[in-house]
Design a protein around this ligand. Structure first.
Ligand code: AMP
Ligand code: GLY
Length: 430
């Protein structure tokens, strides 16, 4: 099969690797790709949000299957466009993509389907929103721009002043453009965060191994949120009992509710959860795609052919697939450019990527590019995802960090505490 993968991050390098190793994949194209995906297939210089360009490419090259990494093309309706032209693509259509592209829409669905989530209200005007915050008088309170804001649209307001600032950003300064014209204000949830991805064909939901992301830029979860600075999998907080509750209280009601509402959702579901001390899961958010960087440690553990899964989703026979996973712990550390998630420099040479004989560690490219001489240099905020795996979480952490130490670029920054929360929880359990 000729396969087209859309995207250019570390996540897409991991997905490209999974597709390239599928027996059924005869040719792999990645649009636009990165130096890592270049090792897995052919990079095509079409941007991920250029729906017309991608459609024309898929038609001209008789692509048999397309898979989408990031949320933007899905929110723009790439699945509807490909469907219209009879091209096979796996992902939610534009209506279903609102699960991520509109937090107000998503919250209304959780409420209608009885899915546990934080109490909330939506607002389209500054004064009414501020009045609600004052009335609620409980801090922290969470203020979220409704639309896609590249992970920056959420403020945990610890005071009325914080809340005022966040509302001002959305409604007055319009820092999120149209994405901030509507705002969700919700109660703060206590607990430990974890993510569970699942495949779905719209009828059956098959969960993957859990992961825990580290969103804040600094150690100890301090500083502003980023796209994700590292992750480990599985997350010990997600016990079998928690997975069962996520299936019965979250995934199943969501898919059954969508069926009742006539919404077809096919592809990957990303449940961002808060797990309470009692082990009860609450939905913080849903994404309509794989997470980055969690995918870089989840997919390499998948022992089932990834393309077979995509075909089963497309043909609505996911119930016939049983996922096999390597029973390993894995950890990834994001090496970022100095200044990220704010302004950062690019164009710094990267050395040492291949400087290791450790078979338990591997590197995925993200914000990197290759010079005409074939050397790597930085080109984005999150530059590389450095991963380690092992039979214990500790071994996986050590392996990832050993690999990081061999890689150099000017201003390289990474957190030093990825996985420590998991280690602490495992010790507690002993
Ligand atoms: P979101 O984009 O909705 O996932 O929010 C980004 C991050 O903000 C989440 O990963 C959480 O760390 C935090 N967050 C969002 N909503 C809540 C909430 N209701 N309670 C506590 N933390 C939250
Ligand atoms: N790692 C968080 C995300 O992909 O949204």
């Amino acid at each position: 099969m000729k396969v087209l993968l859309i995207g250019s991050g570390g996540r897409e390098h991991a997905i490209a690797h999974a597709l390239a190793t599928s027996e059924k994949c005869s040719m792999l194209f990645i649009a636009p790709g990165n130096p890592g995906t270049f090792q897995c297939g052919e990079n095509v210089p079409i941007k991920a949000d250029d729906i017309d360009g991608l459609l024309a490419f898929a038609k001209e090259n008789t692509i048999d299957m397309t898979f989408v990494g990031p949320e933007q093309p899905l929110a723009l309706g790439i699945v509807d466009a490909f469907d219209l032209h009879g091209l096979r693509i796996v992902g939610p259509n534009k209506a279903a993509a609102q699960l991520e592209s509109s937090k107000a829409w998503a919250k209304a669905k959780y409420q209608a389907y009885g899915i546990p989530t934080a109490h909330y209200q939506t607002f389209t005007a500054y004064d009414a929103a501020l009045y609600y915050v004052k009335e609620r008088a409980s801090y922290p309170i969470v203020i979220k721009a409704d639309g896609l804001a590249a992970g920056k649209g959420v403020t945990i307001a610890h005071s009325l002043d914080d809340a005022k600032q966040a509302l001002h950003d959305c409604f007055v300064d319009q820092v999120f453009n149209d994405a901030g014209n509507c705002v969700v204000i919700e109660d703060f949830l206590q607990g430990e965060e974890a993510s569970i991805f699942a495949f779905t064909d719209g009828k059956t939901v098959v969960p993957m191994v859990s992961a825990q992301d580290h969103k804040a830029i600094f150690d100890g979860d301090k500083g502003p949120n980023t796209g994700g600075m590292g992750a480990y999998s599985p997350a010990p907080v997600v016990t079998d009992a928690v997975v069962n509750k996520v299936m019965s209280r979250v995934f199943t009601p969501l898919i059954e509710g969508f069926q009742r509402d006539g919404i077809t959702y096919k592809g990957v579901l990303y449940a961002g959860l808060m797990i309470t001390d009692a082990g009860d899961p609450y939905v913080v958010e849903f994404n309509i795609r794989f997470g980055d960087p969690e995918t870089q440690i989840v997919l390499p553990k998948l022992d089932t052919d990834f393309l077979d899964i995509l075909i089963a989703i497309d043909e609505e026979r996911l119930d016939q697939i049983e996922l096999q996973w390597k029973p390993l712990f894995s950890v990834c550390v994001v090496m970022a450019a100095k200044g990220y998630p704010g302004h950062y420099e690019s164009g710094h040479p990267i050395t040492g990527i291949h400087d290791s004989s450790d078979a338990n560690s591997y590197v995925f490219h993200a914000g990197s590019r290759q010079t005409p001489k074939g050397e790597f240099e930085t080109s984005g905020g999150r530059v590389l995802t450095v991963c380690g795996e092992g039979e214990t979480l500790k071994a996986a952490i050590d392996s990832a960090y050993e690999r990081c130490k061999r890689i150099h670029f000017d201003g390289a920054y990474y957190r030093t505490d990825i996985g420590q929360k998991g280690l602490a929880r495992l010790k507690q359990a002993v």
